[in-house]
Design a protein around this ligand. Structure first.
Ligand code: MTE
Ligand code: HPA
Ligand code: MOS
Length: 781
């Protein structure tokens, strides 16, 4: 079913007809909600007086923690996040009070009349301080295989170092937004831009002190999410629900961009250390790693993210002796959260740095060191956490991409260019990705669906997944049509709705299509079996001499027929009318849970992933050594998505993921001042990639003839893994800097490689080179 069809909302996205939360038509009762948040990173609230604010005309509610009817809590996993602060605040952007008024201006006026007195307290604003003070969010985790210390002691070569990787702002185009409309009694209808409608529902119910069945959360689509709405959409939804409950009026909160950037968490910054042992050929013998993440003020998903980082420090490489310790630290910043890759990028950056350094130490091409260390087939094929790697596609992709990208030839051309140019240098790098597909919290790997067929032969599919631009609903529509054997136009995918499919997992971990697609197939199979049984009975009653067997009935091309008696056939709509007359239910629920996975988190051992996704990228860059300006000259990507359900959408995900990763690796720098104020809270200070930053020559291909036996219609998840292909751009930049010193001294390097990092790194290198040469000359004399 490899068919490119446009995203189901492509036209609506372009014409502006697509309805986002902010576009939902509401009556004149609608109130605007506003969140009043802490300007201090850590402070005691000595006084909070809302009385003057409540008197402002047009203001319908001004609320603080005392006005919460249920639990003052919105932590998703650990209950450590207050909905509204009580007596202390622990980060700038933490909600203290809520305002609902008829206009935005009235909200601002009310906010000016809120009296709050703070007593500032000591803060922790960076990882170094958090580590020095042992400000842990929870106990450290460890995964270990082999005898690392002995292997390091006996290894011919050992390198060690530190790597910093930066935070990243999600920059979804649609900021956090929620509209709540009260129904009768305790009923509440919630229109939220959330990746996790069920969790949003459950948290609102707890907050309001009502039962889950009173709250319905609906998600038509998000204007982008990227992990930033896996847990933190809940916050805006909880605040809107409180104001709606208090006023009885519809309330909408839509965060301004700057507020959104200030209040919400980001990708976790990491400060990691490593020690690696290897032989003369560059074969890795042992690695001892420590990953430290900045969790921010609360736990959120920090432990799951740290765990995924620990499960991806091997990336594509077999390391016989490996130990990794992970620690998440508490700081006075907004709680950091899920972001495409979910710790994977932070873990992989460490091992890719290691490989790059090993290659530079041995004066070999890093591409050779990578190939040498890839997981093997039948040998060297077990990860540090004990999962055996099946259907390994690393060498297939490597061979194909090295050829199609003309890597060897271009490496020579890059070297020749660098001989001739002093202040502009080129660099090239190939990096692989092996990414585990499944939620590492195993029970989350489940999904549900509700499929309704109507008498005109149209089908309405409900499933637990949410659409954030990734094309999930398009793929689900394709899956439902193909599994039924009917045309695409008969199938519509409904807005996600907790009253249709309950208790779902977040649409995350790249597993949206795998899980929900399989649940939809399950429902379709149930319906098809029902139709076949009823039609077999019907046709047999008409032709008792030659009965129809239900297993001979198939649906294809919108027709249901008895393959043994081809004259017995009905169009799909006619068949549905008949089914209704025969009192056959035209609606079914489906369910899916990922089979054969499970692991012991405490021991760090087992099979957390159903399968792996693979890809590789070759990136060539041009760097201006004097200014740090860099251009992606060419990128070649070969990515494995199994039998693609929709190559157009999959290539879009690969391109988008790579470019989003390039942003993290190069220009996106999140900075706070020494009080904990976010300095980069708008697009003029925070630089996401634009169309100008796309590689001049961008060649993306999907690996052909590689069906995946482990997912729906032999497809493979695509969403997150391509982001990590951007490490090739990062290491290509390092390669170019290194060329500034003829690859004789190794550059100091961190992530992101901003212009500043590039210039400083090149400057330092050139100084070291001059010093080395003068020492050398002195000795010669
Ligand atoms: N693509 C678009 N256009 N917008 C998004 O917000 N989120 C990414 C990825 N691709 C995202 C996206 C993330 S973080 C995940 S986990 C997946 O989409 C979720 O969807 P899926 O599992 O259905 O692929
Ligand atoms: N990925 C994304 N989201 C998650 C995960 C994961 O592995 N586990 C819990 N939430
Ligand atoms: Mo994606 S970070 O798993 O929402």
């Amino acid at each position: 079913m490899t068919t490119t069809i446009p995203h189901e909302s492509a036209t609506k996205h372009v014409t502006g007809e697509a309805v986002y939360v902010d576009d939902i038509a509401v009556n004149e009762q609608l109130l605007v909600g506003r969140v009043v948040y802490s300007p201090h990173a850590h402070a005691r609230i000595k006084l909070l007086d809302l009385s003057e604010a409540r008197k402002i005309p047009g203001v319908h509610a001004v609320l603080c923690h005392k006005d919460i009817p249920g639990h003052n809590q919105m932590g998703p996993v650990v209950k450590d996040e207050l909905c509204l602060a009580v007596d202390t605040v622990t980060f700038i952007g933490q909600a203290i009070a809520l305002i609902a008024a008829e206009t935005e201006e009235q909200c601002f006026e009310a906010q000016r009349h809120i009296a709050i007195v703070y007593e500032p307290l000591e803060t922790i604003l960076d990882l170094e301080t958090a580590i020095a003070r042992n400000s842990l969010l929870g106990p450290p985790a460890k995964i270990e295989r082999g005898d690392v210390d002995t292997a390091l002691r006996t290894a011919p070569h050992v390198l060690h170092g530190t790597l910093q990787t930066g935070a990243q702002e999600h920059w979804y185009l649609e900021s956090q937004v929620c509209l709540c409309i009260a129904g009768e009694g305790n009923e509440m209808n919630v229109y939220s831009s959330t990746q996790h409608p069920s969790e949003t529902q459950h948290l609102i119910a707890e907050l309001l002190g009502v039962a889950n069945h009173e709250v319905v959360v609906e998600v038509r689509r998000m204007g982008g999410a990227f992990g930033g709405k896996e847990t933190q959409a809940n916050h805006t939804a909880c605040w809107a629900a409180l104001l709606c409950k208090a006023t009885g009026r519809p309330v909408k909160i839509r965060l301004f961009r700057d507020d959104d950037m200030i209040m919400t968490g980001k990708r976790h910054r990491f400060l990691s250390t490593y020690e690696v042992g290897f032989d003369d050929d560059g074969t890795l013998l042992a690695a001892k790693l420590q990953l430290n993440s900045d969790g921010g003020a609360a736990v959120d998903l920090s432990f799951a993210i740290l765990q995924r980082a620990m499960l991806h420090v091997d990336n594509a490489y077999f390391v016989p002796n490996l130990s990794v310790v992970g620690q998440a630290y508490k700081t006075n910043l907004p709680s950091n959260t899920a972001f495409r890759g979910f710790g994977g990028p932070q873990g992989m950056a460490v091992i890719e740095t290691i490989i790059d350094r090993v290659a530079r130490f041995l004066k070999k091409d890093a591409a050779d060191i990578r190939r040498r260390n890839f997981y093997g087939i039948g040998t060297r094929d077990v990860t540090h956490y004990g999962q055996k790697i099946e259907h390994n596609r690393l060498s297939t992709i490597y061979e194909q991409l090295m050829t199609s990208s003309e890597y060897e030839k271009r490496r020579r051309e890059v070297n020749a260019f660098n001989q001739q140019h002093e202040f502009t240098k080129k660099g090239i790098a190939i990096t692989p990705v092996k990414f585990g597909i499944s939620f590492t919290t195993s029970f989350l790997n489940q999904a549900g669906a509700l499929v309704n067929v109507y008498k005109d032969g149209t089908v309405l599919v409900n499933h637990g997944g949410t659409e954030m631009g990734q094309g999930l609903h398009t793929k689900i529509q394709q899956i439902a049509a193909a599994e039924f054997g009917i045309s695409l136009h008969r199938v519509k995918v409904n807005a996600t709705d907790t009253s249709k499919v309950p208790n779902t997992s977040a649409t995350a971990a790249s597993a949206g299509t795998d899980l929900n697609g399989a649940a939809v197939k399950n429902a379709v199979d149930i319906l098809k079996a029902r139709f076949a049984d009823a039609l077999a009975e019907h046709w047999t009653a008409l032709h008792p001499e030659a009965p129809t067997r239900s297993n001979a009935i198939i649906i294809s091309n919108d027709t249901i027929a008895d393959t043994a008696h081809p004259e017995r056939s009905l169009s799909f709509p006619d068949a549905m009318v008949l089914m209704n007359l025969k009192q056959v239910s035209l609606s079914a629920t489906g369910f899916y849970k990922t089979p054969d996975i499970g692991w012991d988190k405490a021991k760090g051992f087992g099979k957390p992933f159903h399968y792996f996704s693979y890809g590789m990228a070759v990136t060539e860059v041009l760097v201006d050594i004097l200014t740090g300006r860099h251009t992606l000259l060419r990128t070649d990507i070969l990515h494995d998505v199994g039998d693609s359900l929709n190559p157009g959408i999959d290539i879009g995900q690969v391109e988008g993921g790579y470019i989003q990763g390039v942003g993290w690796c190069t220009t996106e720098e999140v900075k706070w001042d020494d009080k904990g104020n976010l300095m980069t809270h708008s697009p003029d200070t925070y630089k996401i990639p634009t169309v100008q930053d796309i590689p001049i020559d961008f060649r993306v291909a999907l690996l052909q003839s590689s069906p995946n036996p482990n997912a729906i219609r032999r497809s493979k998840a695509v969403a997150e893994p391509p982001l990590m292909l951007a490490l090739s751009a990062w290491l290509a930049i390092k390669d170019a800097i290194s060329a500034a010193a003829n690859h004789e001294v190794e550059p100091e390097f961190s992530l992101p490689a901003t212009n500043e990092v590039i210039v400083m790194s090149a400057e330092k290198l050139r100084r070291e080179l001059v010093r080395d040469h003068s020492i050398h000359n002195a000795v010669v004399k």
